[in-house]
Ligand binder design. Structure first.
Ligand code: ATP
Length: 264
């Protein structure tokens, strides 16, 4: 048994001439809540798709609990669940039928499924809507049923791409609490987010990718230490590392000009 849930070695993706992910290396430990951050176009989705076996790398390997996702896909994929930022659902199934379908694919015993499914629907306030067709769900409800589907079979490792986008504050809070609880019970969670407060509050460790390279990796304290700080928010660290400070300064200058009317 591997101590790491996920082991990434020399992972690379080229799209034609462009190298979107540049031979990155990192590990995610069992029971860890890992946040993967980076500016737009940095390579987050490309990386998560390679980690979940949806996009073939140009080079390198991804091990899921010791199994290579490309050489041993069945064993590796039994252990994971993935919720993309735009989940593909079956519109002609009801919410409950969708959960039943996922549970049947993963051969979850009926009693366990019913208890787990009902608990998840209740956490996300979907109990009263579970018998309606998914095609009638709002964007946020679709996001929530996709998350319920991912959790209903108790994956060892859960991958989430921008999980809180589209969720109302209460659902986002419930999701954060649930993920923390699942990790404390041994599940590993790997999530991407642009909401730095979420990463700062929730995540045990954080990886920052910029232009296809991992430019920071560690706990909040470790990131601060490497950045030569004793305090400061993740936003400060993120903007400094990704060059956002310069952009911030430009934006502030432009705002000043706008206020003084110079630029009109
Ligand atoms: N199918 C594709 N074909 C060509 N280039 C692609 C493709 N998918 C992504 N890219 C490029 O790879 C780079 C990384 O994209 P990716 O979607 O992984 O970034 P991201 O960090 O998830 O960005 P965002 O925060 O905007 O979602 C970008 O320059 C993007 O244009």
């Amino acid at each position: 048994m591997s101590k790491q849930s996920v082991k990434i070695l020399g992972l690379e993706k080229k799209y034609g001439q462009q190298t979107a992910v540049k031979q990155i290396n990192f590990e995610v430990k069992k029971g860890e809540l890992f946040g993967f951050l980076g500016p737009n176009g940095a390579g987050k989705t490309t990386t998560i798709k390679m980690m979940t076996g949806l996009l073939e790398p140009t080079g390198g390997t991804v091990e899921i609990d010791g199994y290579d996702i490309w050489k041993d896909p069945l064993e590796a994929k039994k252990k994971i669940a993935y919720v993309p930022d735009q989940p593909n659902l079956y519109p002609k199934l009801t919410g409950w039928e969708y959960l039943e379908f996922v549970a049947s694919v993963f051969q979850i015993p009926s009693d366990h499924f019913k208890e787990r499914g009902n608990k998840l629907l209740s956490i996300f306030g979907l109990t009263d809507r579970a018998d309606e067709l998914i095609e009638g769900y709002s964007h946020g409800m679709k996001q929530k049923i996709a998350i319920c589907g991912a959790l209903v079979h108790d994956p060892d490792i859960l991958f989430l791409d921008e999980p809180t986008v589209g969720l109302d504050p209460k659902s986002a809070r419930n999701l954060k609490n649930l993920l923390r609880e699942e990790c404390d019970n041994g599940m590993t969670v790997f999530l991407t987010t642009h909401i730095l407060e979420i990463a700062e509050q929730m995540c045990d460790r954080i990886g920052i990718i910029s232009d296809g390279n991992i430019i920071a990796l560690g706990t909040m304290d470790e990131l601060r230490e490497k950045d030569g700080r004793t305090e400061g928010s993740l936003e400060d660290i993120f903007l400094e590392l990704t060059g956002g400070d310069d952009q911030e300064a430009v934006i502030q200058e432009m705002a000043k000009e706008d206020q003084s009317g110079d630029s009109l």
